[in-house]
Design a protein around this ligand. Structure first.
Ligand code: S5P
Length: 452
């Protein structure tokens, strides 16, 4: 047989352990992630593993063998085949009908059962499994474990009187991988910190610059926005939530030189007129080089959105460079937005929003896969290939008493790695809107540069 190290390196090739930054169920960040299930996909390795595990054990002590579900089931089966120890199966949930038994197979009271576990961390799943086996009158004296994560589980079980045999420990594994050049010194340091119970410091990943984003965001509107951002040294979008054409045009004139886009809610204007409102607005957009973003937040079936986009009073498709849309109606509902860029609403900024993590995850999948979508609105990081737009930005207040929740530009760039901040009342309600826009522009750009 090959050496234990050679054997481990074969196992490693199956992808059973990964290094990086992983958030565990508990919320703790771990520098490694272990999943031994792939071992069962290679019969030769599974057979070898069974023999390595059996070699460590006083086999005469056992009448039965049982794996902790599910990952250890194939391991226990392979060990049974190699040793002729009869296998019993422990259920995860009791059957809903029939016998409601937790243990399947042939056994009698008083027999001693060897327990097999893939990975031991805190020992919790073993502590749950053992009483359920003992309830059937079977004793457990020994547990065999493939990998000990060295987080206290082994000691807890030993203190309760069980003999715990482990094939590999995480330290041993790291030593072998370091010797083979698979792990850097920094990674080993982080793993040691983690095992010692210290908070692990991960290298801050550098955010991607606008120049680099130009190479990965190929939608034509994304390209335009990025080029304007670089040229104007601005990542500011002003939300022009005003109710008359005059106020809208006045604001556009003042903030135009400092922004990448002007965001409108065109349906709040009391005096909208395609010629009187949009023509001069388009002229200002050309004069100051900014885009028009209509924050319509479409949220209907494709056919209705198509009508809302091109018909009615506002004829958005005739003038907007980009629009916002919910993705709640599914992928196909976004097909109608041709000739514009779509920024998908992945998450809202308001208190009590229903856009929780699982919604965001599904919404992000649609945004990533739809060719009309180039960005997302969110209060969390999103994948690099999408541009991130963050509203709810205000330097001087944390809320508006109506559910809006504000963050600072610094938060948006350092914590969320946003690409564009959207500011409404912080600018258009300021005594001097131009001065306010300039201040947000400078703060936003400095925060962006500092985050690089
Ligand atoms: O989650 C969101 C999404 C958007 S687009 N939260 C938001 O506030 N918005 C919009 O951003 C909102 O409709 C408004 O036009 C702007 C924020 O305005 P402010 O005055 O609160 O800065």
């Amino acid at each position: 047989m090959e050496t234990k190290k050679e054997f481990f390196l074969e196992c490693y090739k199956l992808g059973i352990i990964k290094f990086g930054k992983f958030t565990l169920k508990s919320g703790i960040e771990s520098p490694f992630y272990v999943d031994l299930r792939p071992l069962a996909s290679d019969p030769k390795i599974l057979k070898l593993l069974a023999n390595y595990l059996l070699e460590m054990l006083p086999l005469d002590n056992f009448d039965l063998i049982c794996g902790v579900p599910y990952a250890a089931l194939p391991m226990a089966t392979a060990m049974s085949l190699e040793s002729y120890l009869p296998l019993i199966i422990k259920r995860k949930e009791a059957k809903q009908y029939g016998t409601k038994k937790m243990l399947e197979g042939i056994y009698t009271k008083g027999q001693n059962c060897l327990l097999v576990e893939d990975v031991i961390t805190s020992g919790a799943s073993l502590l749950e499994t053992i009483p359920e086996i003992e309830k059937e009158g079977i004793t457990v004296s020994d547990i065999v474990v493939v990998l000990d994560r060295q987080q206290g589980g082994k000691e807890i079980l030993e203190n309760k009187g069980f003999r715990v045999h482990t094939l590999f420990t995480i330290s041993e594994v790291c030593k072998m991988l370091r010797e083979e050049g698979h792990l850097s010194l920094e990674e080993v340091g982080r793993i040691n910190d983690f095992l010692a119970g210290n908070v692990v410091k991960f290298e801050e990943e550098k955010r991607i610059s606008y120049e680099e984003k130009l190479n990965i965001c190929d939608h034509s509107v994304a390209q335009k926005m990025l080029k304007i951002a670089i040229e104007k040294k601005s990542n500011l979008i002003v939300s022009a939530d005003v109710t008359s054409t005059k106020e809208l045009l006045d604001l556009a004139e003042k903030v135009g030189p400092h922004i990448v886009a002007l965001k409108t809610h065109i349906d709040i204007l009391l005096d909208f007129d395609l010629d009187e409102t949009i023509l001069p607005l388009k002229d200002l957009a050309t004069k100051y080089n900014f885009l028009l973003m209509e924050d319509r937040k479409f949220a209907d079936i494709g056919n209705t959105q198509e009508l809302q986009f091109s018909y009615g009073t506002y004829k958005i498709s005739q003038w907007a460079d980009l629009v916002t849309a919910q993705v709640i109606a599914g992928y196909d509902s976004l097909d109608c937005f041709r000739n514009v860029g779509v920024v998908a609403i992945l998450e809202m900024s308001s208190k009590g929003t229903l856009t929780d993590a699982s919604y965001r995850e599904e919404a992000t999948k649609i945004a990533q896969s739809h060719p009309n979508v180039f960005g997302g609105v969110a209060q969390n990081k999103i994948p690099n290939e999408l541009l991130l737009f963050t509203p709810g930005i205000n330097q001087s207040t944390s809320g508006d008493g109506k559910g809006q929740q504000y963050n600072t530009p610094e938060h948006a760039f350092t914590q969320l790695e946003t690409d564009f901040i959207i500011v409404g009342r912080g600018i258009y309600k300021a005594i001097d809107a131009e001065k306010a826009a300039l201040s947000y522009k400078i703060t936003g750009w400095n925060a962006y540069e500092a985050s690089l």
